[in-house]
Design a protein. Structure first.
Ligand code: DX5
Ligand code: ZN
Length: 236
């Protein structure tokens, strides 16, 4: 079943606990935390101390998206802070297997992220290790950007790889997930939907999370009804 993961990047940072509680009432099942270092991406956000406070504010899994250089140096701190899922960028990890192993060794669920310009084939070998693959559908760094359409092909390709390899990892999508894009994203095969602006941008996170999730679930129902042969297609 598709899930909604609100990104707190577009929330009011002075009232994060309230924002998260509202999004949870609207159906959010995990919270997406964008960690930026001003080097890997041209923006700076939050780190382990904020994750530690969020841990006290919600029981939902904290999905920490590390847009940082040298993520290995911070894995232990994120674990101590209470992170549940940690994803690292393919582009930031010269020793990706080691980094994912480190996340696993700290009892967190590892994810790998691919930027819009990175082919999904490049992560083939590590797919059995990950809990989720995050397909960036904007160039990371800022909320409120427009969805890049070719991301749909990457999601479809990844879903085909997953079927053909017999794996169970989740496909997560981040960037420009909104009312006008969510149906196509779900139909392409994604089930973890990150949304910042579409949930928090209008200041009505409960209402807007609920509406976005309803649109996603409707697309999912249509998809499974129209694709009874799901699971049989091959990579091409
Ligand atoms: C972008 C972040 C996203 C961002 C998405 O670098 O990784 O999580 O918050 O924002 P929207 O949903 O507004 O595109
Ligand atoms: Zn993100």
């Amino acid at each position: 079943m598709v899930e909604l993961l609100p990104s707190i990047l577009s929330a009011d940072f002075a009232h994060l606990a309230d924002a998260i509680a509202a999004a949870e009432r609207g159906g959010a099942t995990a919270i997406h935390v964008d960690v930026m270092d001003g080097h890997f991406v041209p923006n700076i956000t939050v780190g382990p101390p904020v994750v530690k406070s969020l841990r006290k504010a919600t029981k939902l899994p904290l999905d920490c998206h590390l847009m940082i250089e040298n993520p290995n140096d911070f894995i232990a701190e994120f674990a101590d802070a209470g992170a549940d899922w940690v994803s690292v960028h393919y582009e930031a990890c010269p020793h990706l297997h080691r980094t994912l192993q480190l996340i696993l060794n700290h009892s967190m669920k590892p994810g790998v992220v691919v930027n819009p310009g990175t082919r999904v084939d490049l992560i083939l070998e590590i797919l059995p290790m990950v809990h989720h693959v995050l397909v960036m559908s904007v160039n990371p760094g800022f909320g409120g950007q427009e969805f890049i359409p070719f991301s749909l092909d990457k999601i479809r390709h990844l879903a085909a790889m997953r079927r053909d390899l017999g794996l169970q990892f989740k496909i997560e999508v981040d960037g420009g997930v909104a009312h006008d894009t969510v149906a196509a994203i779900v139909q392409a095969g994604a089930e973890l939907l990150v949304a910042g602006n579409a949930v928090f941008g209008a200041g009505q996170p409960e209402r807007d999370a609920r509406a976005l999730l309803a649109a996603a679930r409707q697309a999912e129902i249509l998809q499974s009804a129209s694709n009874p042969a799901d699971g049989k297609s091959k990579i091409h």
